[in-house]
Design a protein around this ligand. Sequence first.
Ligand code: ZN
Length: 468
Amino acid sequence: MSRHNYMTGADQIDAGEAFAFAWALTSDGWARDVRLTVRDGRITTLETGVQPRPGGSQGFAAIPGVPNLHSHAFQRAMAGQTERRGTGDADFWTWRETMYAFAERLTPEHMLAVAAQAFAEMLEAGFTRVGEFHYLHHAPGGLADTNPAVMAEAVIAAAEETGIALTLLPVFYAHAGFGGAPLSPRQARFGCDGDRYARLHEASAKALTPLPDGVIGLAPHSLRAVTPEELEGLLSLYPAGPVHIHIAEQIGEVEASLAWSGQRPVRWLLDHAPVDERWCLVHATHLDEGEIADLAASGAVAGLCPITEANLGDGVFPAGPFLAAGGRFGVGSDSNVRIDAGEELRLLEYSQRLTRRARNLMAAPGGSTGARLLAGALVGGAQALGAPPPGLAVGAPADFLELDPEHPALAGLAPDFLIDAWIFSAGREAVRRVWRRGRLVVSEGRHVARDRIARRYRAALAELMDGL
Ligand SMILES: [Zn+2]
């Protein structure tokens, strides 16, 4: 596997570098004529009201990069292939059959090609850290005992190549349904017993060490895929770092949980696991009033994936009552059918408007909807991914993007309206430049290695589609 490293090496920034912007969205709001200096990937100084140095240029409006708290990178390669209807009903469970058929064919080389494409697109779309909920563990043909992290290494190489920050969430997946049902043959590439998972986790953590700000977490796939004893065992084995779990995405899962335990899945988890700030409950779409209040009070993050949840017909997360109860949230691109940080936030708000027949539901009284959505996703996303507090502030990661002053949707607007215009009108086309750890990774809307990454992705897709 060839590696191209944008993150380390001789040209690493070590002498400090300065960036100047006409506007920057700091923790205290928009500031004018801002100069940042960056050293070792962190913002070391932030001055406002300063003109750029003689001969230096000044960018337009800088905002912090958005964390993408939930991704299955390989599913990027399925986009556009699951929008046809067969003879029966199409739902989440028929989509999953297509995903399984596709996953069976992916080699580690394909994984690198597809994940690099997905990660480059994430950076172009305003995401600067990804939580990769990684369950496609084994190479085709079964268990590769020689290296349990063979597929994880491909994901890590893709992060290294593209420059995106990675929180790797190795998935523990042992059962096909509630009550410890055995895996189906199509799930064999995902499965691990406790010993194998421990080796996979250890090898993944080791492979992650070259990344300057990689984080490793723990991901019990869902309550369908782990028994209560296995969940308890995992939590005692890994007492620190993020814990992510898919939960209550589908009504069918809620019904199966009730049949198994007499409790809804989120209620069961809150009653039987130490859910706190470490946790990210991915989707958590179907909640009753008590679950909303108790999930909010737990300090855990609700991992919302509005584009995928719409694509799969999951349902609408009760964002209004959850926020009113002080709940924390972040957004994720999940199936990667479309990758756009602004659009995830837009659809989150629009789904609320469509069901409640009102406007600006996620805004604080008197405030901007977009600004509230962005602030929530920054804080909640960083918490869920075990990342340092985000924002344009001294000590924060130098992960930021510049909105494009030439984009028509931003024309003539005062800074207070820029976030709303980006989210509700422009979308990813308004992301002009992106820096990660102070290094330019996207220029004029294009990842700096876009051509090479896209070429390799097309070749991988040609192989994957051959004979499907
Ligand atoms: Zn998922």
